[in-house]
Design a protein around this ligand. Structure first.
Ligand code: BES
Ligand code: ZN
Length: 474
C-alpha cells in the first residue's frame, strides 16, 4: 500500500480543519425525535450536502414525504452523494446518520451539548460527536486528505446519510428498495461507521447487530388528572395499573418473563461459545463504561453474550407520569409506558410482538381494572448478522493493522442499526460495521464525546480501508 503514508501525514496536518468541521456539525442541534427541532435536522442535511459539494462530490437531497403519525412534519431529506465515477474502480457504499439524540444542559451535561468542547485529554464533548457526526465526517475528511496529499482516491464513494436514524429510520427502507438498482446499483460492498469499540484500546470489526422491537402500553380512565385526596381510594388509577404491567416484563437480573420469548432464541453452539474468550474485554472495561459496578454478570464471557447474543428487555419511561421534583398529590389520568426488546437470531418481529401482546392482555385481565388499556407497536427493526469471512472484512482488518498495529476484535453489537439488514437484503452485498469511537463515548447519554485520537486515527482507518478494499475486491 504505497499511497498511505502521504495520506496519513495529510490527515495529521489537517487535524484542526477536521475538528472545526466537527465543531460546525455539533453546533446544529439535529434532534430527530423532537418536532420543534425538525428545521435544525433539515439544516444539518443541507450543511452536509454543501460539504460534499465543496469537496467536488455530487449530491441529491431526497425528500421522503410526511412523517407517519406526525403528518404536519416533513421527514428530513436523505443525502445521496457520490464522489468519483470511474468505471475501472470499485464502488463502496457508505451509510451514516446526521440526526442526534436529544440533549439539554440541564440533563446533567458538564458543558453545552451543542458546543464542541475539548478538554486537556483530547476528549471532544458534544451531542453527536461519536454518534454519528464524527464518523460521517470521517468519510469527508478522508476525501479532503486524499486531495491535499495528491493521492488518487482508490474507489468511487457512494454516500447515503439519513436524518431519522434515532427515530426508527422512517422512510429509508422504501428509498433503499427504490434505489437498489439505480443510485446504489454499482455498490460492490457496504460500510457503516456507527458503532463503538468494545473497550478504549482495541478497534473491532462488527458483523452483527441486535434488532429492536419498541412498544408502548397506554392506560387511561379518569376524564382528567385528579386530586388524590378527593378521589384516592375511589377510582382505578391508571399509573397503578400500568406499573403492574410494566413490572411483569423482566426480573432484576434481566431475565425476560414473557412466556415463549426464550424459545425463539437460537441455541448457542460450542463453536459460537468459543468466540467470546479471545475478545479483548475486561469487567473493568465494562465498569468503566457503565460508570459504576452494577453489572449483572460476573465474567466477561457472560456479559458479552448478553450484549451480543441474547435478547434483553428495557423499560424506557412513562409519559404522563409526574416526574418533576416536588410532591404533587396528583392521580395522572393517562399514562403511557414505553419499553423495547433487543432481538437476536431467530426472533422474527411478528412472533415476538404476538407473544408480547398476549402477555400484556393476560396481565391486564388479571387486574380486573375498569380503566382502558391500549397496546401499541411503536417501531420494529430486525437483527442482522453478516459473513465476516468476506474480502470486505479482510480489507478492514488489514486497514486496522496498518493504522493501529493490532488485529481487530470481531464483535456483534448490542445496539441496533436497522438499515444494515435492508442494505444486505436489497442490494445483496456484504455489509461491514467499522467503528470509530470507543466504549467510553457515552452515545445517547450526557457528556457524549469522541476522543481526538479516535477521530483522527479513525479518519486514517476509513481512508486506509478504501485502499485495502479496492485491492481485496479485485
Ligand atoms: N449508533 C447507534 C447504534 C448502536 C447503538 C451501535 C449501540 C452500537 C451500540 C444508533 O444511532 C442507535 O442508537 N440506534 C438506535 C436504533 C433504534 C431506534 C431502532 C438504537 O439502537 O437504540
Ligand atoms: Zn448512531
Amino acid at each position: 500500500m504505497p499511497h498511505l503514508d502521504p495520506y496519513f501525514k495529510q490527515v495529521d496536518g489537517l487535524q484542526e480543519t477536521f475538528i472545526q468541521r466537527l465543531r460546525e456539525a455539533v453546533a446544529i442541534p439535529s434532534i430527530s425525535s423532537e418536532d420543534e427541532r425538525r428545521p435544525d435536522v433539515v439544516k444539518m442535511g443541507h450543511w452536509l450536502a454543501d460539504q460534499i459539494k465543496a469537496l467536488g462530490g455530487e449530491v441529491e437531497l431526497r425528500e421522503l414525504g410526511k412523517q407517519p403519525g406526525h403528518e404536519h412534519l416533513n421527514l428530513p431529506p436523505c443525502i445521496l452523494g457520490r464522489y468519483g465515477n470511474d468505471p475501472n474502480k470499485k464502488s463502496i457504499l457508505v451509510y451514516g446518520h446526521y440526526d442526534v439524540q436529544p440533549a439539554q444542559k440541564s440533563d446533567g451535561w458538564a458543558t453545552d451539548p451543542f458546543t464542541l468542547t475539548i478538554d486537556d485529554k483530547g476528549r471532544m464533548f458534544g451531542r453527536g460527536s461519536t454518534d454519528d457526526k464524527g464518523p460521517v465526517l470521517g468519510w469527508l475528511n478522508a476525501i479532503e486528505a486524499h486531495q491535499k496529499a495528491g493521492v488518487d482516491f482508490p474507489v468511487n464513494l457512494i454516500m447515503c446519510f439519513e436524518g431519522m436514524e434515532e427515530n426508527g429510520s422512517e422512510g429509508l427502507d422504501e428509498l433503499i428498495a427504490e434505489e437498489a438498482k439505480k443510485f446504489f446499483k454499482d455498490a460492490d460492498v457496504v460500510c457503516i461507521s456507527d458503532n463503538y469499540w468494545l473497550g478504549t484500546e482495541k478497534p473491532c470489526l462488527t458483523y452483527g447487530v441486535r434488532g429492536c422491537n419498541y412498544y408502548s402500553v397506554e392506560v387511561s380512565g379518569p376524564g382528567q388528572d385528579l386530586h388524590s385526596g378527593v378521589y384516592g381510594g375511589m377510582t382505578h388509577e391508571p399509573m397503578t395499573d400500568l406499573i403492574r404491567i410494566m413490572n411483569s416484563f423482566v426480573d432484576p437480573d434481566g431475565k425476560i418473563l414473557i412466556k415463549g420469548i426464550d424459545d425463539l432464541v437460537a441455541p448457542l453452539t460450542e463453536q459460537e461459545a468459543a468466540l467470546y474468550p479471545p475478545i479483548a474485554f475486561t469487567m473493568q472495561d465494562l465498569h468503566q463504561s457503565l460508570g459504576s459496578e452494577v453489572s449483572i454478570h460476573d465474567t466477561k464471557e457472560e456479559a458479552l453474550k448478553h450484549k451480543m447474543r441474547y435478547p434483553s428487555l428495557s423499560l424506557h419511561g412513562i409519559e404522563g407520569a409526574f416526574y418533576t421534583p416536588g410532591a404533587k398529590t396528583v392521580i395522572p389520568a393517562k399514562v403511557i409506558g414505553k419499553f423495547s426488546i433487543r432481538t437476536v437470531p431467530n426472533m422474527e418481529i411478528d412472533p415476538v410482538t404476538k407473544l408480547v401482546e398476549e402477555h400484556v392482555n393476560q396481565e391486564w385481565a388479571k387486574l380486573g381494572s375498569k380503566n382502558k388499556m391500549k397496546f401499541n407497536v411503536v417501531h420494529c427493526g430486525k437483527w442482522w448478522v453478516e459473513d465476516p469471512n468476506h474480502p470486505n472484512y479482510t480489507a478492514a482488518a488489514k486497514a486496522v493493522e496498518r493504522v493501529f498495529g493490532v488485529k481487530p476484535d470481531m464483535t456483534r453489537e448490542g445496539g441496533s442499526i436497522p438499515v444494515t439488514l435492508t442494505f444486505q437484503e436489497q442490494l445483496g452485498k456484504n455489509v461491514l460495521l467499522l467503528p470509530m469511537g470507543s466504549s467510553t463515548d457515552a452515545a445517547h447519554s450526557i457528556n457524549e464525546k469522541l476522543d481526538k485520537m479516535n477521530y483522527i486515527e479513525g479518519t486514517k482507518l476509513l481512508g486506509a480501508y478504501l485502499h485495502y478494499v479496492a485491492g481485496e475486491l479485485k
